[in-house]
Design a protein around this ligand. Structure first.
Ligand SMILES: [Zn+2]
Ligand SMILES: [Zn+2]
Length: 133
């Protein structure tokens, strides 16, 4: 079953199911927080993820929280108040040991905030200017 951690391995988790979709978010906050052109999340049911130590919450808007390791700063998770039954795990935190099956990219979202210098790959994923349109 899938497992993962932050860069320093302080924050660790395991999941009891495989992730359901892969969403690439191009919003400014995802770019800034990750230090990358965009942030890729895989979705898991909230109760399917078990944390050895919970990551630190950054309440970054009235509707969403981001979670990171307090030691190394790695982005680990994002949650939305409107979807309490699922969490977005930063896909790069997954251990790539053959136990996880990451689906092909489902969508690119918040393309209205995409970095102008970044060229989207022709990967067949759906494209949205905001969340879903
Ligand atoms: Zn860490
Ligand atoms: Zn985002």
């Amino acid at each position: 079953m899938p497992s993962g951690s932050c860069a320093c391995r302080h924050i660790r988790y395991t999941a009891s199911v495989q992730p359901s979709r892969l969403v690439n978010c191009h919003c400014v906050e995802c770019r800034k927080q990750s230090g990358a052109p965009y942030l890729a999340f895989v979705d898991f049911p909230t109760d399917a993820v078990n944390w050895d130590i919970k990551p630190t919450e950054w309440r970054f808007s009235e509707t969403a929280s981001r979670f990171f390791c307090p030691r190394c700063g790695s982005t680990v998770m994002m949650t939305l108040d409107c979807e309490p039954s699922s969490v977005g795990i930063a896909v790069g935190t997954l251990d790539d040991d053959g136990s996880v099956q990451v689906p092909p990219p489902t969508s690119h979202i918040f393309l209205k905030e995409k970095a102008s210098w970044f060229q989207l790959p022709d990967d067949g994923a759906k494209r949205f200017q905001g969340w879903t349109e």
